[in-house]
Design a protein around this ligand. Structure first.
Ligand code: COS
Length: 387
């Protein structure tokens, strides 16, 4: 749903300009230094990018899903590490509070997230619980008006910068499944929280992940999201449903960028006395990329609109994430192929994108998890006679 076409067009145009003029020139430097310059993060704050999905009453822009995906498609047209700066605060780190937070929790945390004063991280994955998210072992045991948290989380995006964690932990150790899991808002400064070494990743240098270790961390009971135990897994799943549409939009943005780079190279690179883009075999790779990109774009827009209409979108979100991330991987591969030997060389930048986009098929649910979500729903519908 677009609330006001002119306003969203202006926002998308601002993001496009920011990407073209401010972020693209810094791509190689960010990759070399593994740091996003602080003044770029400050610019993002001033543009309101941290508050894209925070309701207006708490100082954010309160974008609808359709508006959010349009912005993400624009922001995606540069190194994905830049999107990652705001990604967890706009997405999985904050949305549990937006969906289920009590009025007090929203009032306390959302204004600071909207301005980017603090960054939110989503702490679900553990050394032993990834795809099987319900098997998490971190515990939060009630002790008077506090919970005592023990355990560790793994590959937590933006943990080194986080001011707050949305933490999923088991409040009922007798229930080993999803029903024993609750969600908390955890101030990153709480004593007993420590961070592991920054992970050395395949790509997306400039975006940081690490382990987060909880050693007898005392969390006020008032920080239990929504004030109800046992709702944490379902909240995380609803957060991920939305996050998967967001990531699919990022996939469309990055793939558009890689295709544009491949097209520019194909027009300039001469072989056999002509531009390689004039060869039909190269055109086939470009055409396949455009076709898949268009399909992904249509899927993402449709899923976003359905969500804005209040319809259930778990299956559509999984379809989008699956198709768009796999599409992005194929477009990256073809772009490297079109660049030929130059595609393997760091100075041309396309090999960096090839590595950067690999994670898109893994986080917020692997392709195989998306298949599982879709497959289960199809089975359910068939049994219920809905197909
Ligand atoms: N929205 C709301 N509720 C949901 C839901 C969703 N999308 N998905 C599941 N639930 C509910 C179920 O309805 C069920 O509720 P009841 O117990 O009341 O029936 C409960 O949650 C447990 O669901 P289920 O039995 O399907 O859980 P599973 O353990 O089988 O796990 C998958 C389901 C595999 C889909 C889930 O673990 C998953 O998405 N894993 C990947 C996690 C992930 O993306 N990790 C990346 C980390 S973040 S970067």
């Amino acid at each position: 749903m677009i609330r006001d076409e002119e306003t969203i067009q202006a926002l998308v145009a601002t993001v496009e300009r920011f990407v073209a003029e401010r972020l693209r020139p810094l791509e190689a430097e960010v990759s070399e230094t593994d740091q996003i310059p602080p003044d770029v993060v400050q610019d993002m704050r001033e543009m309101g990018l941290f508050g894209l999905t925070i309701p207006e009453e708490f100082g954010g822009l309160g974008l609808t899903m359709e508006e959010e995906v349009r912005v993400m498609m624009a922001l995606g047209r540069t190194s994905p590490a830049f999107r990652s700066v705001i990604g967890t605060t706009v997405g999985i780190g904050s949305q549990g509070i937006v969906f289920d937070g009590t009025p007090e929790q929203k009032a306390q945390w959302l204004p600071k997230l909207a301005t980017g004063e603090i960054i939110a991280s989503f702490a679900l994955t553990e050394p032993g619980a990834g795809s099987d998210a319900a098997s998490l072992r971190t515990t939060a045991i009630q002790d008077g008006d506090h919970y005592i948290v023990n355990g560790s989380k793994r590959y937590i995006t933006n943990a080194p910068q986080a001011g707050v964690f949305t933490l999923m932990a088991r409040t009922n150790p007798a229930d080993k499944g999803a029903g024993g899991v609750s969600a908390f808002i955890l101030d990153a400064k709480t004593p007993g929280i420590s961070l592991g070494k920054p992970d050395k990743k395949m790509g997306q240098r400039g975006a940081h992940t690490c382990d987060v270790i909880f050693d007898n961390v005392r969390v006020p009971a008032a920080n239990l999201i929504g004030g109800r135990e046992g709702q944490g897994f379902k909240m995380a799943m609803r957060v991920l449903d939305k996050g998967r549409i967001h990531i699919a939009a990022v996939c469309v943005g990055v793939a558009r960028r890689m295709l544009a780079d491949a097209l520019a190279y194909a027009a300039e690179r001469q072989q056999f006395g002509q531009a390689i883009g004039d060869f039909q075999l190269v055109q086939a790779m470009l055409a396949d990329s455009e076709t898949e990109l268009y399909a992904a774009e249509c899927m993402v827009m449709d899923a976003a609109r359905r969500r804005d209409d209040g319809r259930p979108v778990s299956t559509e979100a999984a379809c989008c994430k699956l198709f768009a991330s796999e599409m992005c991987g194929r477009v990256a591969d073809r772009a490297v192929q079109i660049f030929g030997g130059a595609g393997y060389m760091a100075e041309y930048g396309i090999e960096r994108f090839y590595r950067d986009v690999r994670i898109l098929r893994l986080y917020e649910g692997t392709t195989q998890i998306q298949q599982m979500v879709i497959g289960r729903e199809l089975q359910r519908m068939a049994k219920a006679g809905e197909i």
